[in-house]
Design a binder for this molecule. Structure first.
Ligand code: MN
Length: 162
């Protein structure tokens, strides 16, 4: 899986320039992951978007959601998978300097617990369908991420009826 482990995350960033965490040397824990923490950042980068981050295997699976998550089951939102982020990102909030990767303010928009339904995160991700339940402040209840066809890592994020 090209996103697992933090090499891609580190390669994109200059540790001298960004306040972002770099993670420990071996932060990954093997799955299967059935629950963990989640966070949503509102990220005012070149294009404003929301970043949904779900804990799995000791890192944060990350999806950029241009229009943000919706609580309306009829609203399916594009979610582009991005590089895994270190677990320290659960606490992260800062202004990333302009000119750096992802430059702009990154604020916590929601946080809480995620529980993977049906199957563990790793297996669900592989199959292209992740069913999960969020227990956050803004986001609560069952959601799904479904991978779209094609070689881009594009998924649809939507609320499921409870
Ligand atoms: Mn982002």
């Amino acid at each position: 899986n090209r996103h697992m482990k933090l090499a891609e995350y580190r390669n994109k960033r200059d540790q001298e320039r960004t306040p972002e965490p770099f993670g420990k040397d071996l932060p990954e824990r093997p799955g299967p992951t059935r629950s963990g923490a989640f966070v949503v950042h509102l990220h005012d980068a070149t294009r404003r978007h929301w970043d949904l981050r779900l804990e799995a295997s000791g890192v944060l699976l990350s999806f950029a959601v241009p229009r943000g998550p919706s609580l309306d089951p009829a609203e399916k939102r594009l979610a582009v998978r991005t590089e895994d982020h270190p677990i320290e990102y659960l606490e992260f909030e800062a202004v990333i300097p302009e000119g750096s990767y992802g430059g702009g303010p990154m604020i916590l928009w929601d946080r809480g617990r995620v529980k993977y339904l049906e199957r563990p995160a790793e297996e669900a991700l592989e199959r292209g369908k992740v069913d999960f339940e969020l227990e956050g402040i803004k986001l609560r209840g069952r959601f799904a991420l479904v991978r779209m066809k094609g070689d881009k890592d594009e998924w649809l994020l939507f609320k499921k009826g409870d």
